[in-house]
Design a protein around this ligand. Structure first.
Ligand code: SAM
Length: 295
């Protein structure tokens, strides 16, 4: 899938809020296509980036792309909730800046990983392919009640109960194995007048919900961000980019709750119209940043 490219979102803003031009050691908790890491490394010849991704494919791709930076770049296949173990492994106690660019990459969404309703693939949705739980397993084994709760909680989908009921009805006849099968069930449940002719696919919320559940995305954020703040030097910056309101609320609350953090973005930073024009995936992005203070 070499033709896929992941345009880094809020790139200039991230580098600015990280103070990356000043020089230092940075952690990119969500390496993805390596766009942010590359720009951090270019911002100052002294910069070093320790990168993390739970997706081995992302790591392989980024290693090639970032080869020219030699030992200024190191990378770990890990969940960012293990940032403390990664830094211990590197023998680094405190760092100058930490970036989280949450969610999925274009490589994951547009590849053959079963994340999207736009392409028919096995219903997988795992960011980390060494993990056992897949979306297919979730859809075919969880109870109707559990499915409804997940779709409602992580997708804010008002038809959650009906969708869950229909999933359970259909899987009794034949297991639901592909993205197209799941998307079709959702299409049939949500009244057509609510989505026909609109850009947003009716299964968007259901897919988001199942993806969040499969990858335990919120648990990782709740564990990873506090651990990251612990490993910032005084004056060091944490920058977090979110892509939907549930995620943003969690991040905002964690950052606000920390006494050792001064919020440096009074309001979240949003992408410019220019950026949204060239990358529509950036339209829902929000950047929040905090600076470690001595308490
Ligand atoms: C939006 S992309 C990052 C794009 C990247 N900033 C760039 O410029 O290309 C998010 C990446 O974070 C990874 N990811 C998401 N949650 C993670 C977690 N809990 N631990 C480690 N990596 C994670 C995904 O696998 C994906 O590659």
């Amino acid at each position: 899938m070499s033709e896929i490219f992941h345009p880094p979102v809020l790139l200039k803003e991230s580098v600015k809020f990280l103070n990356a031009e000043k020089g230092g050691v940075f952690v990119d908790c969500t390496l993805g296509g390596g766009g942010h890491t590359e720009t951090i490394l270019e911002a100052n010849p002294e910069n070093k980036v320790i990168a993390i991704d739970r997706d081995e494919e992302a790591i392989e791709r980024a290693i090639k792309k970032l080869e020219r930076f030699g030992d200024r770049f190191s990378v770990y296949h890990a969940n960012f909730s293990q940032i403390d173990a990664v830094l211990d492994e590197e023998s680094v106690d405190f760092v100058d800046g930490i970036l989280f660019d949450l969610g999925v990459s274009h490589f994951q969404l547009r590849g053959d990983r079963g994340f999207s309703f736009w392409k028919d693939d096995f219903l997988d949705m795992r960011m980390d392919r060494t993990q056992k739980l897949t979306a297919e397993k979730v859809v075919n084994t969880l109870s109707e009640r559990e499915l409804a709760d997940i779709i409602f909680k992580y997708g804010e989908e008002r038809f959650a109960r009906k969708i869950a009921r229909e999933i359970v009805k259909r899987r009794k006849i034949k297991p639901i194995r592909t993205t197209a099968e799941l998307a079709k069930i959702v299409e049939e449940v949500i009244p057509k007048r609510l989505w026909a002719g609109r850009k947003k696919h009716p299964a968007t919320k259901t897919f988001q919900a199942i993806r969040i559940y499969v990858n335990k995305e919120f648990e990782s954020i709740e564990e990873g961000i506090p651990k990251a703040v612990e490993r910032l030097k005084e004056g060091g910056r944490i920058v977090v980019i979110t892509f939907h309101s549930l995620e943003d609320r969690i991040v905002k609350n964690i950052l606000k709750s920390r006494e050792d953090l001064k919020i440096v973005t009074k309001k979240p930073i949003l992408p410019s119209d220019e950026e949204i024009k060239t990358n529509s995936a950036a339209r829902s992005a929000k950047l929040r940043a905090g600076e470690k203070i001595n308490i």
